[in-house]
Design a protein around this ligand. Structure first.
Ligand code: PLP
Length: 452
């Protein structure tokens, strides 16, 4: 920090403050974690200065021999870790990984004489009219993904996202009674809509998915199954999700982030069956420019960590702790979407406290509990105010929290929310709860966090 402070002290100070904040609060954001010092330090090296557009052994810049080592190792570790035939470790983020996957599917599956010529590397022969036809063919494809309010991600066909614009999209939800995925309903929608791409995976669905069933649905309608395991990649790597709950053998393409439950650097990755490998390999220039070599190096380190037996113990604890947290809420009368969890996250419906998700998030933050508000299925408060709070266990499990600590976390959260007063829970109401904390709740949270 001294080196940074000599140039821009305010950045050094913000960095120091971030560390202090992350240490003195309870990090329950389901997509966050604490990467190891080895992963963090690998990101701060000279690889950051190197350009390496292209792929291993086929770069558009000279002097990429060390980047080649890094990218080869990261991909090797990833293939071993997930049992995948092919791994592409260049995407800078989860969204990039999904874009690479979408364009690979289009390039692989859309039959087009223009595309064939393009793939034969005669791109220069394409006339403006050819390009126009190609744009029409690519832009006329269909995607079916999980809706945002059922727990899907923006990139799964949400209208305002590029995925909802580059494809004709439809969304599947969850059963209104149980909150659970209804495979029969997904199949019926797929039969009617006949998508080119069926997307499975989620950001806020607190249950496991049967990927064998999703593949059956995809096969029946001739769709490509793409699974976005960004949230639960750590549980797949740690062998908590095996058999039909492991997406990698079933999906044509599996995308992920590397920084959530997988506990690596911020970044993305695409795993693919052989059939799609050559198309995914064209991620650059299709979607990406120069890869972040320092981050690919950190991915290799994180994957090496995840291949250790200790990571399997960690992943199992993440899932066990989510159950403890859920039980902690249920025994105190709180409502959970789907009535519980069997992955790494819990979706707490805060409407019974008379609060919106936004008010709950705000009150919890002031008490030192960092969460994010989240829609619940068919949310009456919309996507901005919401009626839920999403809570995940990966970060605090890294800090060593177990059953008792998560029970205490549930107690603290229920305490804070029960003692929060809000004017109204309707959208358009106050943006921040005017709350009255019960005796010493904030102090207890801070103390709890400092002790652990
Ligand atoms: N896919 C899913 C399921 C996610 O939850 C997220 C992030 O929240 C992403 C993709 C996007 O990842 P990133 O923020 O790295 O672009």
């Amino acid at each position: 920090l001294e080196v940074i402070a000599a140039v821009e002290p305010r950045i050094a100070e913000a960095t120091r403050q971030e560390l202090a904040d992350q240490r003195s609060s309870l990090k329950l954001i389901a997509s966050e974690n604490y990467a190891s010092p080895a992963v963090l330090m690998t990101m701060g090296t000279w690889f950051s200065d190197k350009y390496a557009e292209g792929t291993v052994g086929h770069r558009f810049y000279a002097g990429c021999q060390n980047v080649d080592t890094v990218e080869t190792l990261a991909a090797e570790h990833a293939r071993e870790l997930f049992g995948a035939p092919y791994a592409y470790v260049q995407p800078h983020s989860g969204i990039d990984a999904n874009l690479v996957a979408f364009w690979s599917i289009l390039a692989n599956k859309v039959e087009s004489p223009y595309l064939a010529r393009m793939q034969a590397k005669n791109v220069n022969e394409l006339s403006e009219a050819d390009w126009e036809t190609l744009r029409h063919e690519f832009g006329n494809q269909r995607l079916l993904g999980m809706s945002l309010d059922a727990g899907g991600h923006l990139t799964h066909g949400f209208r305002p996202n590029i995925s909802g614009k580059m494809f004709h999209q439809q969304q599947y939800g969850t059963d209104p009674e149980t909150g659970l995925l209804d495979y029969g309903a997904v199949a019926a929608k797929a039969r009617e809509f006949k998508p080119l791409v069926l997307v499975a995976g989620y950001s806020a669905y607190p249950r496991r998915v049967n990927f064998a069933k999703m593949r059956e649905i995809a096969d029946e309608v001739g769709a490509v199954l793409m699974v976005d395991m960004a949230h639960f990649a750590g549980l797949v790597a740690g062998k908590v999700f095996t058999g039909e709950e492991d997406p990698v053998p079933y999906a044509h393409l599996t995308t992920t982030t590397t920084h959530k439950s997988l506990r690596g650097p911020r970044g993305g990755m695409v795993l693919a069956q052989e059939e799609f490998a050559a198309d995914v390999d064209r991620g650059c220039p299709m979607v990406l420019g120069g890869p972040l070599s320092h981050v690919m190096a950190a991915k290799a380190v994180a994957f090496a960590e995840a291949r250790q037996p200790s990571f399997q113990t960690y992943a199992q604890k993440v899932a066990d702790n989510a159950k403890s947290l859920a039980e902690g809420f249920l025994t105190r009368g709180a409502n959970l979407v789907t009535g519980g969890t069997d992955n790494h996250l819990v979706l707490l419906d805060v409407s019974s406290f008379g609060l919106t998700g936004r008010q709950a998030e705000s009150a919890l933050l002031d008490a030192g509990v960092v969460t994010n508000r989240n829609s619940v299925p068919a949310d009456p408060n919309g996507a901005w105010y919401t009626s839920g709070v999403r809570l995940g266990t990966p970060a605090l499990t890294t800090r060593g929290f177990g059953h008792e600590e998560f029970d205490t976390v549930a107690e603290l959260i229920v305490d804070v929310l029960s003692n929060t007063e809000a004017g109204t829970t309707k959208a358009g109401g106050p943006s921040k709860a005017s709350y009255v904390l019960g005796d010493g709740v904030a102090d207890r949270v801070t103390k709890q966090s400092a002790e652990m």
